[in-house]
Design a protein around this ligand. Structure first.
Ligand code: ADP
Ligand code: MG
Length: 260
């Protein structure tokens, strides 16, 4: 029987010492959702993403992906189940070219390893497999709107282009659940508009969980919005319900300017 939720958090907590960064959060994400998580800085949004992607260990509670308990699974096993993340702090290889970054992600996805860039270059893969990887990398670059031919190091990309590259790297694993942590941070309005289009154009079988400060982007993209505050789940609803909520106004929307 298939689970109605692609992602489910049950009473999930993460403590740092005596500090409760996340405190008993319940959350469900349905397949195909464009689900945004908002809340003031320090609300626990990135911590929540870390727990779902597996970069951070959960202190208490249960995380289910498609009904399967992943709470104690390492990140690689979650990737195999279709969980992919881009992080608030970039995880690109800046000295490598744009193509090599995507190629490494494709190679890792194809072999189920976390191998380094050296092995991708080292030509240990059969020529036919390597050609297929390159074709796939080109397709991913095209999909995120980056030029496929050039040999630019990732370090030379603009901020917006780096974010596009991060999305390509995440998509290389063919995720069912894509976690995006502030993808529009530091982007120009034009870059944000392009990224919004890119996310909106993702196929419906890629479920998106998005943390974003740019509320215009949130309200344009999201069909479901969760508001967090001080490590707790405050409200989940449609964009209209969240906008209209007095509780949310007080806790977040009214304080956005002051806190970010
Ligand atoms: P958000 O992404 O919503 O801005 P975070 O999840 O990054 O919030 O952080 C939530 C709270 O947890 C913050 O108060 C932050 O200082 C704290 N925190 C996050 N990571 C750590 C850590 N590694 N050690 C100690 N405190 C942390
Ligand atoms: Mg954050």
């Amino acid at each position: 029987m298939s689970d109605p939720h692609l992602l489910e958090l049950r009473r999930v907590s993460r403590h740092f010492g005596s500090f409760r960064a996340l405190d008993g959060v319940d959350l469900t994400v349905r397949p195909g959702a464009r689900h945004a998580v908002i809340g003031p800085n320090g609300a626990g949004k990135s911590t929540l993403f870390g727990l779902v992607s597996g970069t951070l260990a959960t202190t208490a509670g249960t995380i289910l992906v498609d009904g399967q308990d992943v709470t104690r699974l390492p990140m690689e096993r979650r990737v195999a189940l279709g969980v992919a993340a881009t992080f608030q702090h970039s995880s690109l290889f800046l000295r490598e070219t744009v193509l090599e970054n995507v190629l490494l992600a494709v190679f890792r996805a194809g072999t189920g390893t976390r191998t380094g860039i050296g092995r991708v270059r080292g030509g240990r893969r059969r020529a036919s497999e390597r050609a297929a990887d390159i074709a796939k990398a080109h397709a991913l670059l095209e999909r995120v709107g980056l030029p496929t031919g050039h040999r630019t190091p990732a370090a030379e990309l603009s901020h917006g282009e780096r974010r596009q590259l991060e999305v390509a790297v995440a998509l290389a694993t063919e995720p069912r659940l894509l976690l995006l942590d502030e993808p529009a941070a530091g982007m120009s309005p034009a870059e944000t508009a392009r990224l919004t289009e890119l996310i909106a154009a993702l196929p419906a079988d890629v479920t998106v969980l998005l943390v974003e400060h740019d509320l215009d982007m949130v309200f344009e993209l999201a069909d479901t919005v969760t508001v967090m505050h001080l490590g707790r789940h405050l409200k989940t609803g449609t964009p209209d319900e969240v906008r209209a909520s007095a509780e949310v106004q007080t806790a977040y929307l009214g304080t956005t300017e002051a806190s970010s």
